[in-house]
Ligand binder design. Structure first.
Ligand SMILES: NC(=O)c1ccc[n+]([C@@H]2O[C@H](COP(=O)([O-])OP(=O)(O)OC[C@H]3O[C@@H](n4cnc5c(N)ncnc54)[C@H](OP(=O)(O)O)[C@@H]3O)[C@@H](O)[C@H]2O)c1
Length: 257
């Protein structure tokens, strides 16, 4: 079977933020299932290296497309190119991009806060709204986005990032509600601590609470296959966050979290 035919079987999945650690692991898992991919991001040489590796290993079609999350005006043309369907219909979109800066620095420098808002939320509205309209027209497919446990409750150590993820979670919840009757699944994934470039130097190596990018990619792949509405990754974060969310505000505001 040619790479083109393998990709056609299940449609093409667009990975936004394909150079992220989690995005790269997920791309390998989806390609191993025979899905064709579009790997999209800012760093073209890195994207080309990712695509070449996937094509050789899994014989699936992989296109490379450049976009910048914060160049909002360019999004309609970028998405039209993604949907043009050279290797098969675009049936899935996974939003893996993200930015996180130190809370104290972002409190001092609004430009850093603004970048988190734009990369994590504003661009999701811009890009996923285009994707939603495309999939709703086709009457099938899925959108999946990486939110975070940080969005479940504002904590003094990380609330500027957390607020962007809360907004993303709420947006996805509404989009799921709107698209449910149009045959399009919307999947929210909330990872806990993951050992990636984003958290470099922040996590205790070897801690049982720290997952690898591949563990999270496995949970995402399963959530897509089972068309789940929302999942925590790894699963135990559901229970940790249930406890954190249940702490009464008068007590919570005195805690150092
Ligand atoms: N790591 C964690 O502990 C953790 C926990 C919960 C949720 N998450 C979420 O999971 C997702 C993936 O995280 P990760 O840790 O794998 O990320 P990562 O390795 O730090 O990668 C971040 C990605 O975002 C892309 N990006 C940043 N600004 C961009 C822009 N303006 N335009 C286009 N792309 C841009 C980066 O592209 P470049 O390569 O061009 O910089 C890169 O692909 C993110 O949404 C993150 O918030 C992560």
């Amino acid at each position: 079977m040619s790479a083109h035919e393998r990709g056609n079987g299940s449609g093409i999945t667009l990975i936004l933020g394909a150079t992220s650690s989690i995005g790269k692991s997920l791309a390998r898992r989806l390609a191993a299932e025979g899905r064709g991919l579009i790997v999209a991001g800012r760093d073209e040489p890195e994207l080309r290296a990712i695509a070449d590796d996937l094509k050789i290993r899994y014989q699936v079609p992989v296109r490379v497309l450049r976009y910048d999350a914060t160049d909002f005006e360019s999004h309609p043309a970028f998405f039209a190119t993604c949907a043009a369907g050279e290797d098969g219909p675009l049936t899935g979109v996974v939003f893996c991009q993200g930015a996180m800066f130190d809370q104290a620095e972002a409190e001092r420098d609004f430009a850093l806060s603004r970048q988190m808002i734009d990369v994590n939320y504003t661009s999701a509205v811009s890009l996923l709204s285009l994707a939603a309209a495309h999939l709703a027209r086709r009457g099938t497919g899925y959108l999946c986005a990486l939110s975070s446990v940080a969005g479940d409750r504002g904590r003094q150590s990380n609330f500027l990032y957390g607020a962007t993820k809360s907004a993303l979670t709420t947006y996805l919840q509404g989009l799921r509600n709107r698209l449910a009757r149009q045959g399009v699944a919307v999947i929210t994934v909330k990872p806990g601590f993951v050992d990636t470039a984003m958290t470099w130097g922040l996590l205790k190596p070897g801690s049982p609470l720290v997952a690898s990018p591949d563990q999270v990619a496995r949970a995402i792949e399963r959530a897509i296959r089972q068309q789940k509405d929302h999942v925590y990754a790894p699963w135990f974060w559901r229970w940790i966050m249930a406890i954190i969310k249940s702490i009464p505000e008068p007590i919570f505001k005195r805690m150092r979290l």
